[in-house]
Design a protein around this ligand. Sequence first.
Ligand code: NAP
Length: 324
Amino acid sequence: MSESRDIEQVVIIGSGPAGWTAAIYAARADLSPLCLIGVPRTNPAPVLPGGQLMLTTEVENYPGFPEGISGPDMMQAFQKQAERFDARVRGVDVASCDFSSRPFRLTTSEGDVVQSNSVIIATGATANWIGLENELRLATSGGGVSACAVCDGALPIFREQPLAVVGGGDSAMEEASYLAKFASKVYVIHRRDSLRASRTMQDRVLSNEKIEVVWNSTVVDVLGEARIEAVTLEDTVTGAQSRLDVQGLFIAIGHTPATEFLEGSGVALDASGYVAVDGGSTRTNIEGVYAAGDVADAVYRQAITAAGMGCKAALDAERWLAEQ
Ligand code: NAP
């Protein structure tokens, strides 16, 4: 295993809006950040450098882009802006971290060790998918399958159309209520006969005339070539299959924060596996280690909130380094 003798001031792990914004701020503060942006993966679901936005066709809610911008174009622009200020970029994953003493030591997927005085974790969270071949095909080709209604639901293709949301938690309720503003009808497809969501969120959905809950059902196939036309449902009690015509499918069955590489590192996670940060800051339980974006935020999960947190993390790291 090779070990660089250089000690970085700040290493940023992850390359979504949080990571790139942290890189822009750290680079402009002359910290010459090293960005470890990950390597593309397709199994079991697509994960790309650039994160969730790489799977988003059109971003219409990021301020400053009145005509909208594609997710990949936006991430390319973020990277270009960070590189303009001399952020350095390596296409590797981090396999493990040792935060027991400083400088911190990060082992990359190429087997070398990167040493750094501070680290910003911005690895995001990946949406969980059901795992059906046609679901993933239509999700990655802009075919009307999405894991984020707030990102994609207001697009013209979904307006005044019948849509479906899969899941029974708060996210599914939130997405269904949001979609009901534009859709002609919203089906919430849930695998049991009672919802997991909080009472308030449930009430909002159950009292909305445009929303119908399809109980005890799972989606076992997604139909349509270039665009979704329908889903095949299976009744979890009787096993009977049926067809439900929809023009959009929103999967809201939870997210998985990308934190496997932190196992054994000493960084504290919350009960759902997200990196625990102190109050409104980006400080983790380890001095000099910060977290930003979806990896530390189970609630908002927006490009703009992740970017804001990335900015905070860079400022937190910069101030802490100055105090040392
Ligand atoms: P969640 O609470 O874990 O709910 C996931 C839902 O998806 C559950 O209903 C689950 O069914 C279902 N599910 C899981 N795997 C499935 C599969 N393979 N096929 C079909 N259904 C599946 O996730 P979440 O709704 O994303 O919420 C995550 C956290 O964020 C929660 O703590 C939530 O309270 C919070 N949150 C809060 C707000 C808010 O307050 N505004 C908004 C969004 C999220 P079962 O119920 O049968 O397990």
